[in-house]
Design a binder for this molecule. Structure first.
Ligand code: MSP
Length: 652
């Protein structure tokens, strides 16, 4: 997968510069996630980084910026080699299906990466060798002997003095003693240049807390780094030293260059580097903010614009990890709650730079409170009132009055705040900003009480203004939510009949209040965020009814019926009267579905009718039959036939 480069569109700078200032004006973005180890399937913690990166990539594209978004897999190293051996297969066969599972997960999460890099690809291995050789030729890589500690799960070398109780200071697990010939990178040589760089570019490492940690780490003294291993084989061979493979972190970091075609004369490298935002959790900031920039300095390649280290999603008992057995499978959550809800939860939950505890109860609470109650209700109330009070047509706004200007000002302020928060990668507060308008708009509904305005013919224009303002608010909210939740906004645009109007879905279109055209025909549809019943409130499973024979079933005459017309039954809020074509005859059926369907939505559908049900009289109308529907208490859906089977056909 490659992405076209528009020649001449480069607004880039040749040198890395003060990121905080550049962030706002530079229009080129290279967004990266860490490349994950295919030692096991990914959990919800990994999903966080990729969803965050996707959100920023989508947002930047919506702003008209030029974005290249990369993720991938980090396939070499001792950990993978061991895992494969434990499973009795070669490392490549071990990682291949796991890497496929990464790619499938990203598809399910609607991740819009432009490329997926695997460190076992020839394009990558070549780039690693070129860089290694370059640093060796320059004298920045030299041969020596390593004796010290190594944490295999973290693939990290540790000097004795940095161990905590003899264990890895990062993950707390036991380290191994390693004693072997090794090539070293002169990391110590770059200590002062790194400190100067970080001081001159205070936004290089974000948030500030991470920068302080890194500065202290560097000041405590940098040892030269062992960058080759001889005691296992699963890695990129050192080009000039048979028996040595490149240290997996050196190998992995180079992926960011490989994917842009560095060394292959690819324009993308010139174009996107160094306009880079490297996203990751705090555990690997040290590799990206110390080792990586030092390697780049040695190779005389400009440094990335931003290294951003977010916090961890924790479980009771600490960080999620397969070895602790406390992981949460994102696929299970996606099946249960859908992609928008999972993405919303992740992006809202983790505070800027900080940690948070995951719990499914919390996830359900957030879906119910923020999505179903606040946002979902606002959308369905707005669309429902336009249908009910305006015959499904978005009305024209009249003169602003009462709380109108406050609502409109709130929308303006929210847009500014949202952009500021997204510029600093504060996803949680960006969503909090959007919700200020969601709450303001719900209050506006209560303040203006359209259900009272509709009763007073003199308040017609006022009612129209209120419903217009709510519709415009829902449009803007849908635009702003789309980098976070890519599915529901599309449904809202469809219901407003503006699915093809990209001009009304663009970020720019929210800079001006009132672009939603009056006169649009609104369509009925199911609510965008149904409430989740917490498990303890769920209805107990109903036992099935006593068994029947096929002959018993055959006594029920089920037929396909084409809905010709539908109207409300006067004086009965819940009833609709349907005229049905059964092929050889026409029937009238009264159904209790008016709360779930506007009449027009059913016309032309092929429903299923119980044709030999004894007629009953409902509100003076004889109902000859019953149409079938499924319901879970809150929601209801009429059963329809998928193909154009002629009316009157038997259901068997
Ligand atoms: N392969 C290296 C990265 C090389 S990048 C050049 C690696 N892989 S990893 O599979 O262990 O992924 C670590 C990253 O996954 C973290 O930095 C973070 O982005 C993400 N997360 C893993 N667990 C997480 C949480 N529990 N919470 C938040 N992020 C999590 O390190």
């Amino acid at each position: 997968m490659t992405k076209g480069v528009k020649p001449g569109f480069c607004l880039c700078y040749l040198q890395p510069i003060h990121a905080g200032r550049v962030f706002m004006s530079d229009r080129t973005y290279y967004v990266t996630t860490p490349i994950y180890y295919p030692s096991d399937k990914l959990h919800i913690g990994h999903a966080y980084t990729t969803v965050a990166a996707d959100c920023i990539a989508r947002y930047r594209r919506m702003r008209g910026d030029d974005v290249f978004f990369l993720t991938g897999s980090d396939e070499h190293g001792q950990k993978i080699e061991r895992k494969a051996r434990e499973n009795g297969i070669d490392p490549q066969s071990y990682v291949d299906p796991i890497v496929r599972s990464f790619q499938e997960l990203w598809k399910r999460l609607l991740i819009t990466n432009d490329d997926f890099i695997r460190t076992t690809e020839p394009r990558h291995e070549k780039a690693v060798q070129v860089l290694f050789q370059k640093l060796y030729d320059k004298g920045d890589i030299y041969k020596s002997f390593y004796e010290g500690k190594y944490c295999t799960p973290c693939e990290a070398f540790w000097p004795e003095r940095q161990l905590v109780d003899g264990n890895c200071p990062d993950c707390g697990r036991p380290v191994e003693h390693v004693k072997e010939e090794s090539y070293f990178f002169r990391l110590s040589k770059y200590q002062d240049r790194l400190l100067d760089y970080i001081e001159e570019n205070p936004d290089f490492i974000q948030p500030a807390s991470r920068r302080h940690e890194m500065v202290n780490f560097i000041k405590s003294g940098l040892d030269d780094l062992s960058v080759s291993r001889t005691t296992f084989q699963w890695g990129v061979p050192v080009p000039f030293a048979p028996g040595h493979v490149v240290y997996v972190w050196f190998d992995a970091l180079v992926n960011y260059l490989t994917a842009l075609g560095w060394q292959e004369g690819d324009q993308r490298f010139e174009h996107y580097w160094p306009h880079t935002v490297h996203l990751m959790a705090k555990d690997i900031v040290r590799f990206h903010a110390v080792i990586w920039p030092a390697i780049l300095m040695a190779a005389e390649i400009p440094l990335p614009r931003t290294v951003f280290g977010h916090g961890w999603l924790l479980l009771e008992g600490g960080k999620m990890s397969k070895s602790k057995g406390n992981v949460v499978d994102p696929l299970v959550l996606l099946d249960r709650y859908g992609v928008d809800a999972v993405r919303y939860y992740l992006l809202r939950e983790l505070p800027y730079g900080g940690d948070s505890y995951y719990s499914e109860d919390d996830l359900v609470d957030k879906i119910n409170a923020d999505l179903a109650n606040d946002l979902g209700n606002l959308i369905s109330r707005t669309l429902g009132m336009v249908q009910k009070y305006q015959d499904c047509v978005v009305p024209e706004a009249g003169v602003p009055h009462g709380p109108d200007s406050d609502l409109i000002n709130c929308a303006r302020q929210v847009k500014d705040e949202l952009e500021q928060q997204l510029d600093r990668l504060d996803f949680s507060n960006a969503l909090a900003a959007i919700w200020k308008l969601v709450r303001r708009a719900n209050r506006y509904v209560d303040e203006t009480a359209p259900w009272n305005l509709v009763k007073d013919a003199g308040k017609k224009e006022r009612l129209q203004t209120v419903l217009y303002n709510l519709s415009e608010t829902v449009r803007m909210l849908s635009v702003w939510c789309s980098p976070f939740m890519p599915v529901f906004p599309g449904r809202v645009f469809e219901q407003f009949g503006i699915a093809g109007r990209l001009d009304l879905q663009s970020w720019e279109s929210t800079a001006q209040w009132g672009l939603l055209p009056a006169g649009l025909q609104v369509e009925a549809g199911p609510g965008v965020f149904p409430r989740i019943q917490p498990e303890d409130e769920q209805e107990p499973p109903r036992p099935t009814k006593p068994q029947i024979t096929i002959d018993d079933f055959a006594r029920v005459d089920l037929r396909v019926a084409l809905v010709k017309s539908v109207e409300k039954v006067k004086g009965a809020d819940r009833l609709l009267k349907l005229e049905l074509d059964l092929g050889s005859e026409t029937r009238t059926v009264v159904a209790g579905i008016a709360e779930h369907y506007v009449p027009d939505a059913l016309v032309g559908k092929r429903v299923i009718v119980v044709a030999n049900l004894a007629p009953v009289k409902l509100r003076g109308i004889v109902s000859s039959g019953m149409i079938l529907a499924a319901s879970d208490g809150d929601r209801l859906g009429v059963l329809t036939v998928e193909r154009e089977i002629p009316p009157g056909a038997l259901i068997k």
